[in-house]
Ligand binder design. Structure first.
Ligand SMILES: *[C@@H]1O[C@H](CO)[C@@H](O)[C@H](O)[C@H]1NC(C)=O
Ligand SMILES: *[C@@H]1O[C@H](CO)[C@@H](O)[C@H](O)[C@H]1NC(C)=O
Ligand SMILES: *[C@@H]1O[C@H](CO)[C@@H](O)[C@H](O)[C@H]1NC(C)=O
Ligand SMILES: *[C@@H]1O[C@H](CO)[C@@H](O)[C@H](O)[C@H]1NC(C)=O
Ligand SMILES: *[C@@H]1O[C@H](CO)[C@@H](O)[C@H](O)[C@H]1NC(C)=O
Length: 532
């Protein structure tokens, strides 16, 4: 029985390999509507793989983009001009990070925090609309895109407009997404179910096992975030209706996505319901470690049996205050390990001889090095996935966006210790690093996640590319689309049926009561007459 199962599994694997690796008979043309920052770093991996498989990929990017630069010759860029500067993007990112660092939401500041976040989100949306306008109202550009004969748009719903461009070009589109606040887009537009009793809302820092009060917090998080982040939908609804020349909404348009590629997987997520057109491809950017540059390898080897700690706060935070950087440097100097720190700010005075600062580090290769002992991280999804891939325990200093959530997930799975950036002390940092390095449970849990991650019939990148190619081959994936898209909210929850059944029951009870009363009265009257 067991051998039969394994042989049929092998056969299936072979078949899938053939489909995914040798599949595309003809090559397609993909248009990418990208999002800044780590979103771009992740989708770039899919783009490179598509190019590697012979597809033509064009990236539609504004001239004010901060991260997305026409760089490698293999990637084709279509640059459009927007009436704002790169500074605008940079400022918005800085303000967003600062909001989280200065006002990390507590029970008391919950409302204040989301109000501020709502304001920032409004600015992001205004900027996005300028970008959108620069493309869809540019007739020359649209005509050029039309002539180019694209097969598919690869977009990120966090930056709206990719779907609008796709609809204008009359081609299917696919999303690549980590999450939207409260899963608003996934839930309302993608129709994925999220039972709030065990599915923690994004940004709530909760896990899948919640106490009564945590479930209250969870439900409030969903509704509050829905309220804040849907407040700007109205403007998009008007805009989309105007551009498409018919009454529509942002959400209805987004709901037309053929496939949602979600950048997580069950090694990271808590199990929850999903739909057939949602594919979880977390860690698609992870690769086996490549050799390090010579000087770096020598430094790593000099750590001997103690090994190394890899430290990065991500691509968005380049600069710390002197006070913070010295607290961190002093803690690192007390470790027996060697530390490689990615940091672009001023060199801290307290920097120990065991710590080296680099403008950039080959993070994946360092985490995959046999001497890697721990990862000190801000908790971005990309970095966490590299640690999961290589089975490295983490110390998280989350700063903004989904980072607190990500670390909460890793902590719940026993692979990380969390520290508060604002209240960071030297001793806490030393203790946290010593804990994940000395206490073997963290390493064991990290290795367990790593094994889950590696034990998949098809690698996440191959699955992501498979679905891109599938949608190009079949001009969509309508067979995976749930009928929920055609229902109103009260039909979806069967409230109309419930109301009907309740009414029927009420009428039945009413008639029953009336009959009883009638009979009683009759009986009473007969009894009375007999007595008389
Ligand atoms: C892809 O681009 C190359 C060079 O720009 C071109 O020669 C080729 O015909 C394109 N392929 C498709 C399928 O459009
Ligand atoms: C982008 O192009 C517009 C219009 O040509 C110009 O006003 C703007 O300064 C440009 N932005 C950047 C960052 O080059
Ligand atoms: C880094 O931060 C300091 C103080 O917070 C500031 O004066 C400096 O301009 C910043 N440097 C960069 C490159 O952002
Ligand atoms: C953890 O290990 C380090 C050496 O790696 C040692 O200095 C420290 O005392 C250990 N801490 C505990 C609590 O065992
Ligand atoms: C190691 O960490 C786990 C989880 O935090 C804890 O339960 C256990 O007591 C720790 N072991 C030691 C020896 O400190």
């Amino acid at each position: 029985m067991a051998t039969k199962a394994t042989s049929s599994q092998k056969y299936l694997q072979l078949l899938l390999l053939q489909v995914t690796l040798l599949g595309p008979v003809s090559c397609g043309k993909v248009l990418v509507w990208p999002t800044e920052g780590s979103h771009w770093l992740n989708v770039k991996i899919i783009i490179q793989e598509l190019i590697h498989r012979g597809h033509n990929v064009t990236i539609l990017v504004s001239n004010a983009s901060l991260f997305i630069k026409p760089a490698e010759a293999t990637e084709k860029f279509e640059v459009y001009n927007v009436p704002f500067e790169t500074d605008t993007v940079e400022n918005l990112i800085r303000h967003t990070v600062a909001l989280w660092l200065d006002n990390r939401p507590t029970t008391l500041t919950f409302w204040q925090f989301y109000k501020e976040l709502g304001k920032l989100s409004k600015h992001w949306n205004q900027m996005n609309r300028l970008m959108c306008d620069a493309v869809v109202t540019n007739q020359e550009l649209m005509a050029h895109l039309q002539e180019s004969g694209y097969d598919l748009v690869l977009s990120d719903p966090v930056t709206p407009c990719g779907e609008l461009v796709a609809l204008k070009l009359a081609i299917p589109f696919i999303y690549s997404l980590r999450f939207s606040p409260a899963f608003t887009l996934e839930r309302h537009c993608g129709k994925i179910p999220t039972p709030p009793s065990y599915t923690p809302a994004a940004l709530s820092e909760l896990t899948d096992s919640m106490s009564f009060s945590q479930r209250i917090k969870n439900i409030l998080s969903y509704h509050l975030q829905d309220y804040v982040f849907q407040s700007y939908w109205g403007e998009w609804d008007v805009y989309y209706s105007k551009v498409l020349g018919r009454t529509t909404t942002l959400c209805e348009t987004m709901g037309k996505a053929e496939i949602w590629l979600i950048r997580t997987y069950w090694d990271f997520e808590f199990p929850r319901p999903f739909l057939p057109n949602f594919e979880f491809v977390g860690g698609l950017h992870c690769q086996p470690a490549k050799p390090l540059p010579k000087e770096m390898e020598e430094f790593v080897q000099s750590s001997g049996e103690h090994g190394i700690v890899v430290f990065s706060l991500g691509s968005m935070v380049n600069n710390l205050t002197d006070e913070k950087s010295n607290i961190i440097a002093r803690a690192l100097s007390q470790l027996p390990q060697k530390v490689l720190w990615r940091y672009k700010g001023k060199k801290p005075e307290a920097l120990g001889s065991n710590t080296r600062i680099y403008d950039w580090i080959p993070q994946n290769d360092l985490l995959g090095h046999p001497l890697a002992k721990a990862f000190l991280t801000h908790g971005g999804t990309n970095g966490i996935y590299e640690a999961i891939y290589h089975g490295i325990p983490m110390v998280g200093i989350p700063m903004f966006a989904d980072q607190h959530d990500n670390i909460a997930h890793m902590r719940a799975k026993g692979a990380a210790v969390e520290l508060d950036f604002n209240r960071l002390t030297t001793q806490d940092l030393v203790n946290a690093l010593n804990t994940v390095i000395n206490n073997s449970t963290y390493k064991e849990n990290a290795l367990r996640l790593s094994k889950i991650h590696h034990d998949q019939p098809i690698k996440p990148l191959d699955r992501a590319v498979f679905w891109v190619e599938f949608v190009m081959r079949h001009k969509g994936a309508k067979h995976l689309r749930p009928a929920a898209h055609h229902l109103t909210w009260y039909q979806y929850h069967c409230l109309d049926v419930l109301a009907f059944l309740l009414t029927c029951a009420a009428i039945a009870v009413f008639i029953l009561v009336k009959c009883c009363l009638f009979c009683c009265r009759r009986c009473g009257r007969i009894a009375k007459r007999k007595k008389d």
